[in-house]
Design a protein around this ligand. Structure first.
Ligand code: C2E
Ligand code: CA
Ligand code: CA
Length: 692
C-alpha cells in the first residue's frame, strides 16, 4: 500500500492529532502523581499492559481479518481518574507500543494506535472534567462523592471515540463506506467495548479502598474476557465455513452488499472446480475435503486485499472486488485460476484440479448481489462448456434470458425436423493407412443464426428432456448413413457420442436396438462414445447399461480419456474396446515432455489392457508420424479431415488412403472436400460458425 493512500494519510493525521493534543494538555498532566503513588501506578499500569497483551480477537468481514478488543481500557480509565491525564497516557501509550511491536505491526500502524488511544483518552478526560463535581478527582471518594456519572460518561466516550477512529481506518483500508462498516461490525464491538470500560469504576473503587485488592479485579474481568471470546467465536462460526475458514454464503452476501453500496464499479466471480465430483467419488470424501481446504488457502493467498472470497458450498467459491474494470476483473480471475496450476500433494496422492470462472460485472450485469451471483453462475457454466477457464456473463448464454428460452423452443422443433444434421469426421487407421471408421457429430442448421456447433445447444438439450430425442435422431441418421455406405460397398464403423443422461437411462439399450433394426445394420458397425465423467455420474446404472449394450454387440469407446479421474483399472472392468486420448494432450505433444509421456503411456496401458488407442485432435501432419511411432492405432483430427456433411465424408471414405508425408488424399481429387471446407471457413481451425 502506498504511503499516500487515504488510509495511510488518515492514520498519520490521527497520530499527529493525538501527539499534538497531548502536548497542549501537558500543563494539566499531573506527572507528579507517578512519583507520589508508585505502587498504584505500577499496579494499574500492569493491568493496562496485561489487557493490551491479551486482546480478544473479533472476526471482521473476510476470512483471516480480526478486530482486536482490548481490556486495557478499564485500567487506563481508572488511572485517568485517580492519577490524572499524564499517568494514563504514559501507561496506555507504552502498553500499546509494546503490544504492537510484539505482534510485528508496521510502524505506521504502531503510530496510529498510539495516536488513537491518545485522542480517545483526551476526549474522555475532557468529558470527565466536564461532569466531575470536583476537578480534583483523586482526593475524593470516587463512588460516594457523586463522581460516578463523570466516570461512566468518560468510559462510554472513551469507547465510542476509540471505535469511531479505528472504524474509519478499517473502512478506508477495506474500501467500504464508514456507514457500511459500522452497520456490519460496529454494534458488537461497540457494546462489548463499553461494557468492558464500565468495569473501570470497580477497579477505581478497589484502588481507592486499597491498592492491594486491585489484582482481585482481574477475576471478573477475565471471566468477561472468556465470555466475550466465546461469543466472538460462535459469531465467527455462524459466518464462516468450518472446512475452509472462509466466509459462508450468508456472510458473503452481507459483505458484498456493503461493498457494492459504496462502489462505482466492481465484479463478482464464481469459481467452480472442474470434475470435483470425480475426486470425491474416486478418492473419497476425506481427500475431497482436504483438497477443498488446500484450494481455499491458495485462493486466499492470491486474493489478499484485492477482494473478498467465500465458499458458497460444495466446490463453489465466490469472490467480490470493487473498483475494478473489465480487464482487471479478468486479471483477477486469471490469477485465481492460475493459483491451481501446481498439483496438490494430499497425503500420498498428487491431485490436479482446475477451476472454471464466471465473471459478472457491476453495474453492467446487475446492481444487487443476488443478480450478480446468478449471472456469474451462467458465465461459469459457459466456461465449463467451452473449456475456456474464464468467461464473462453474456446474455446470449443465459438459459433464463428470453432469447435462450426462445431457442429452447426452436430446438424442440429442430430435433424432429430437417434443421438437425449429422456431420462426419473420418478416423485414420495408422496400421493400414485407410480411413475406415468415422465419428458422427451433430450440427444445427439454424435458419437465423447459421450453422451451430454442439456446444451452442447440447447443454440446453441436456437440461431439458430434449437430449433423448436428439440422441435418437443422431443415432438413426448415423445408422441410416452406414446402411447407405454399406450399399456402396463401404463398411465403416460409426461412432456416436452419448451423453450422461442416456447412459443412466434404462431404456437406452432398447432405443439402440430399435435403431439398429430399423437401419438393418449389424451392431458391430456401431460404436458408442462415452466420457469418463458420464460413467462416474452413476457408476452402477452405467455399468449395467454398458453390459447390456455389449451383449447386443455394440462397441464402447471412452471419449476424452485422461480428463477425468477414473482409473484404467476401473475401465478394464467395463466392456470397453477403445480409449480416445483427449485432444488437450495430443495437441500439446510437440515440445511438451509431460504430454508426450501421457500420450505414450496411455497408448501402452491401453494395449496392455487389450484396448485400441485412438488419438483425437491431431492437427499437425507431423503428429501422425509421431503417433505411429508410439504404436497408436487410430488418429482423428483436422490434419486428416475436418468433420463434413455426409456427401463429402463419402468422398473421403471412397478415396480411402491417406499419405501422412504429403498430407494429401490419394483420391486423385486435387481439391479434397475437407480442404474445401477449410478454405471456405472464415474462422481458422473451425469448420462451423459458433453461436456463442
Ligand atoms: P468430441 O466427442 O471430443 O468430438 C470431437 C470434437 O473435436 C468435435 O467438435 C470436432 O469437430 C473437434 N475436432 C476434431 N478434430 C479436431 C482437431 O484436430 N482440433 C480441434 N481443435 N478440434 C477437433 P464438435 O463437433 O464441436 O463437438 C464437440 C463435442 O460435442 C464433442 O466432443 C462431443 O462431446 C459433443 N457431441 C457432438 N455431437 C454429439 C452428439 O450427437 N451427441 C452428444 N451427446 N454429444 C455430441
Ligand atoms: Ca466423441
Ligand atoms: Ca473427445
Amino acid at each position: 500500500m502506498s504511503s499516500r493512500s487515504p488510509v495511510r494519510l488518515y492514520c498519520a493525521a490521527v497520530f499527529l492529532a493525538g501527539i499534538g493534543l497531548s502536548l497542549l494538555a501537558l500543563p494539566d498532566a499531573r506527572m507528579g502523581w507517578i512519583v507520589h503513588m508508585p505502587l498504584s501506578f505500577a499496579l494499574l499500569s500492569a493491568g493496562v499492559l496485561l489487557g493490551e497483551m491479551l486482546p480478544i480477537r473479533i472476526p471482521r468481514r473476510g476470512g483471516e481479518d480480526y478486530e482486536e478488543l482490548t481490556l486495557s481500557g478499564a485500567f487506563a480509565l481508572a488511572l485517568l481518574i485517580t492519577g490524572g491525564l499524564g499517568p494514563a497516557l504514559i501507561a496506555q501509550g507504552v502498553a500499546s507500543i509494546v503490544q504492537d511491536v510484539y505482534s510485528k505491526k508496521p510502524p505506521w500502524r504502531v503510530r496510529f494506535n498510539l495516536g488513537q488511544y491518545f485522542v480517545a483518552m483526551l476526549v474522555a478526560w475532557l468529558v470527565v472534567r466536564l461532569f466531575a463535581v470536583d476537578p480534583r478527582l483523586d482526593i475524593l471518594h470516587p463512588i460516594s462523592s457523586g463522581q460516578l456519572p463523570a466516570m461512566l460518561a468518560g468510559s462510554v466516550v472513551f469507547a465510542l471515540v476509540n471505535r469511531l477512529v479505528v472504524g474509519v481506518a478499517v473502512a478506508l483500508y477495506q474500501g467500504v463506506t464508514v456507514r457500511a462498516h459500522f452497520r456490519e461490525n460496529g454494534v458488537f464491538g461497540m457494546v462489548t467495548g463499553s461494557v468492558i470500560l464500565l468495569t473501570a469504576p470497580i477497579v477505581l473503587a478497589a484502588a481507592s479502598y486499597s491498592v492491594a485488592i486491585v489484582p482481585l479485579c482481574l477475576a471478573p474481568i477475565v471471566a468477561m474476557y472468556n465470555s466475550i471470546s466465546q461469543s466472538a467465536r460462535s459469531e465467527h462460526l455462524a459466518r464462516h465455513d468450518s472446512l475452509t475458514g472462509l466466509p459462508n454464503r450468508m456472510f458473503f452476501q452481507q459483505t458484498a452488499e456493503s461493498i457494492l453500496e459504496g462502489a462505482e464499479s466492481g465484479c463478482v466471480l464464481l469459481l467452480d472446480l472442474d470434475r470435483f465430483k470425480d475426486v470425491n467419488d474416486t478418492l473419497g470424501h476425506r481427500v475431497g475435503d482436504l483438497l477443498l481446504s488446500h484450494v481455499a488457502v491458495r485462493f486466499r493467498e492470491v486474493v489478499g486485499n484485492l477482494g473478498e472470497i467465500a465458499r458458497l458450498g460444495g466446490d463453489e467459491f465466490a469472490l467480490i472486488a470493487s473498483g475494478c474494470s473489465r480487464d482487471q476483473a479478468r486479471e483477477l480471475a486469471q490469477s485465481v485460476a492460475d493459483s491451481l496450476r501446481d498439483s496438490f500433494q494430499l497425503e500420498e496422492l498428487v491431485v490436479d484440479v482446475q477451476a472454471s470462472v464466471g465473471i459478472a460485472l457491476f453495474p453492467d450485469h446487475g446492481t444487487d448481489i443476488e443478480t450478480l451471483l446468478q449471472k456469474a453462475d451462467v458465465a461459469m457454466y459457459r466456461a465449463k462448456e467451452s473449456s475456456a477457464d474464464i468467461e464473462f456473463y453474456d446474455e446470449r448464454h443465459d438459459h433464463h434470458s428470453p432469447s435462450k428460452l426462445a431457442l429452447t423452443g426452436e430446438l424442440r422443433a429442430a430435433v424432429s425436423g430437417p434443421q438437425l444434421v449429422v456431420w462426419y469426421q473420418p478416423q485414420l487407421d495408422l496400421h493400414t493407412g485407410q480411413l475406415t471408421d468415422i465419428e458422427a457429430l451433430v450440427r444445427w442448421e439454424h435458419p437465423g443464426r447459421g450453422l451451430l456447433a454442439p456446444d451452442a445447444f447440447l447443454r440446453m438439450a441436456e437440461q431439458t428432456s430434449l437430449i433423448k430425442p436428439l440422441t435418437d435422431r443422431v443415432l438413426r441418421t448415423a445408422l441410416g448413413q452406414v446402411a447407405a455406405w454399406r450399399r456402396l460397398g463401404l463398411d465403416p464403423t460409426v461412432a456416436v457420442n452419448i451423453s450422461t443422461r442416456s447412459l443412466v437411462d434404462r431404456d437406452f439399450t432398447g432405443q439402440v436396438m430399435a435403431a439398429l433394426n430399423e437401419a438393418e445394420v449389424p451392431p458391430a458397425s456401431l460404436r458408442l462414445e462415452v466420457t469418463e465423467s458420464a460413467l462416474m455420474a452413476d457408476p452402477v446404472t452405467s455399468h449395467t447399461v454398458l453390459h447390456e449394450l455389449d451383449e447386443l454387440g455394440v462397441k464402447i469407446s471412452i471419449d476424452d480419456f485422461g480428463t477425468g479421474y477414473s482409473s484404467l483399472a476401473y475401465l478394464a472392468d467395463l466392456p470397453v474396446s477403445e480409449v480416445k486420448i483427449d485432444r488437450s494432450f495430443v495437441m500439446k505433444m510437440d515440445g511438451h515432455a509431460k504430454e508426450n509421456i501421457i500420450v505414450s503411456s496411455t497408448i501402452d496401458l491401453a494395449h496392455h489392457l487389450g484396448l485400441c488407442a485412438v488419438a483425437e485432435g491431431v492437427e499437425d501432419p507431423a503428429q501422425i508420424r509421431r503417433l505411429e511411432a508410439l504404436g497408436c492405432d487410430v488418429a482423428q483430427g483436422y490434419a486428416i479431415a475436418r468433420p463434413a456433411p455426409a456427401p463429402e465424408a463419402t468422398q473421403l471414405l471412397l478415396g480411402g488412403g491417406f499419405d501422412a508425408d504429403a498430407a494429401t488424399f490419394e483420391s486423385g481429387d486435387t481439391e479434397s472436400p475437407s480442404e474445401r471446407l477449410i478454405v471456405s471457413s472464415a474462422i481458422p481451425k473451425q469448420e462451423v460458425v459458433r453461436w456463442s
